[in-house]
Design a protein around this ligand. Structure first.
Ligand SMILES: Cc1cc2nc3c(=O)[nH]c(=O)nc-3n(C[C@H](O)[C@H](O)[C@H](O)COP(=O)(O)OP(=O)(O)OC[C@H]3O[C@@H](n4cnc5c(N)ncnc54)[C@H](O)[C@@H]3O)c2cc1C
Length: 500
């Protein structure tokens, strides 16, 4: 008797974890359909002339033991016996370093009450930040509707305007007054000025938890140690893909799912279009696990109530691109050694939001150790003015901005490349998001469909959440459970982070 198939859309962390779990826990064959020609989704490692790019900088850390064990079974953590010099399949341990660049000066991140901070801000500014913080504590805004309210209640107006407003607006392309406080609640819940100061104080007395890699009691924005595959995040996901294929799972690349054949309760097949040949193929399976963006999934359904379809069309995303810049020297390095993994660029007069220093993530990402390999990150909306610029213009913009903020001179730029990432962020505003419960209700009626991952659940999931949603979905398949609450619960009440 031939084995049954389980279809999976996407070979990112969610889809690959689902594929592996299916092989471990069921007798079915996972069939992974991937639209692109690269494994790893947003967590891929891109390559340009021997230099590797990590899109966004992917820290591997999780409060979930299941996830930590999952990573460690394939890539043990570097130690006496497991040394990166001797093996490629290894997680490097990294002590996080990141700073904020503002007023052409570096500020510690998380912000600390140091002499350096006060000196950079100036004494009058520092005093007014302190009083504005006190005022926010004594007279907090009673209803926290917008992200601005959220920040002001926790940090005071002055500190919010100094360190949070401009960067957040760069990331989302919207004013903080237009963004929902829910974003803050989910991403940086629990973090406040007092907590950040307390955390800085505790550094002098490291507890067992702080010494461990799990750091379960730590606000995630403040997580200081993380794991990192020797050759970047994609190395892990490429290895997992290999494991899946060796165990009999199927992975088809360049196969974009364009149609999902369903009735009111059930999905029977999907149809893909091959991006190389244009050929359409029909795949059938008992279950469908989807990590494709929800907006596209709804438009792929063969049948769906018109108003639900229309609502799904209003789901919004934020897009992102990285300009890889190879430098012979970093001008700013002469004043202060750049040991950061990434630097937040708070400056208003440039559009770049963050700069990744790939050498510091892993020296193995850089072909020539004498060069500096950085990623300048820009946030945009697909189709907007910035996104529509040609690659050449974007590379020029990046070089100009690098010079403007004094990081590097144009003569030191040896090469550049562009990586565009559409739908990097599912966003938490707009009609589709506000009425998300009705979209979810519809998805829940399709009994053999499980939506997993980041865009698959329209949730700001990190790799570990994406993996956990896949693990939960496979648990449901094994137990025959059609109710999906456990999957939607992943990263729901969360204490999560991403970046600042
Ligand atoms: C800037 C940035 C920084 C980040 N930093 C971190 C970090 O430090 N640590 C961390 O853990 N996470 C981080 N993340 C989050 C991490 O990238 C995601 O959580 C993770 O990649 C999500 O995995 P996924 O499988 O759900 O989705 P994706 O990675 O998006 O993968 C989905 C896959 O589905 C494919 N696909 C889409 N549509 C179709 C279709 N119609 N047919 C077939 N295939 C399709 C895509 O090509 C893709 O390969 C960061 C994200 C960003 C944007």
């Amino acid at each position: 008797m031939s084995k049954s198939h389980i279809l999976i859309i996407g070979a990112g962390p969610a889809g690959l974890t689902a594929g592996f779990e299916i092989l471990q826990k069921t007798s079915s064959i996972p069939v992974i359909l991937e639209a692109s020609e690269i494994i790893g989704g947003i967590s891929q490692t891109a390559e340009y002339k021997g230099n590797k790019i990590d899109i966004g900088g992917h820290r591997f850390f999780s409060k979930s033991d299941t996830v930590m064990k999952f990573w460690e079974q394939f890539f043990p953590t570097e130690s006496g016996e497991v040394s990166p010099q001797k093996t490629d399949l290894v997680m490097l341990i990294r002590q996080r370093v990141s700073r904020i660049f503002y007023l052409r000066k570096f500020f510690a991140y998380p912000l600390s009450l140091s002499f350096q901070t006060l000196q950079n801000l100036g004494i009058l500014n520092s005093i007014s930040i302190f009083f504005s913080f006190l005022s926010a504590k004594i007279f907090p805004k009673s209803s926290e509707k917008s992200l601005e309210d959220f920040f002001i209640n926790r940090f005071g107006k002055r500190l919010y305007k100094t360190f949070f407003k401009d960067y957040t607006e760069k990331v989302w392309g919207k004013k903080c007054t237009e963004l929902s406080s829910e974003w803050g609640v989910q991403r940086i819940k629990g973090l406040s000025l007092l907590k950040a100061i307390w955390d800085a104080f505790l550094k002098f007395f490291p507890s067992d938890d702080q010494k461990s890699l799990h750091q379960k009691n730590k606000e995630t924005s403040l997580i200081e140690r993380f794991l990192y595959p020797k050759f970047g995040p994609g190395q892990f996901w490429e290895h997992l893909a290999l494991q899946i294929e060796q165990r009999g799972g199927k992975i088809y690349m360049n196969e974009k799912v364009t149609h999902v054949i369903n009735d009111d309760h059930h999905i029977s097949a999907v149809i893909t279009t091959n991006s190389k040949t244009g050929k359409q193929t029909r795949y059938e399976g008992d279950y469908l696990l989807s990590s494709m963006p929800l907006r596209e999934l709804f438009s792929a359904f063969s049948t769906v109530p018109q108003e639900t379809k229309k609502l799904a069309e209003t789901l919004e995303y934020r897009d992102f691109f990285t300009v890889g810049v190879l430098l012979s020297a970093l001008s700013i390095q002469q004043e202060t050694k750049i040991v950061d993994h990434w630097i937040y660029i708070q400056e208003k007069d440039v559009q770049v939001g963050r700069i990744q220093i790939f050498n510091n993530w892993s020296p193995y990402l850089v072909k020539d150790p004498d060069k500096i390999w950085i990623g300048m990150e820009y946030f945009a909306n697909e189709g907007d003015f910035l996104w529509q610029k040609s690659d050449e213009d974007l590379q020029k913009l990046a070089c100009e901005e690098l010079e403007k903020i004094g990081f590097a001179q144009r003569k030191d730029v040896e090469d550049t490349c562009i990586i565009r990432v559409p739908k990097a962020y599912p966003v938490y505003f707009g009609k589709g998001y506000e009425s998300f419960s009705s979209l979810r209700s519809y998805l829940d009626t399709l009994q053999n469909l499980f939506c997993i991952g980041r865009n698959g659940m329209h949730r700001y999931n990190n790799q570990d959440h994406s993996m956990l949603s896949a693990i939960e979905a496979v648990k449901n398949i094994v137990s025959g459970k059609t109710e999906k609450h456990n999957i939607w619960q992943v990263n729901a009440e969360n204490e999560y982070h991403e970046k600042k």
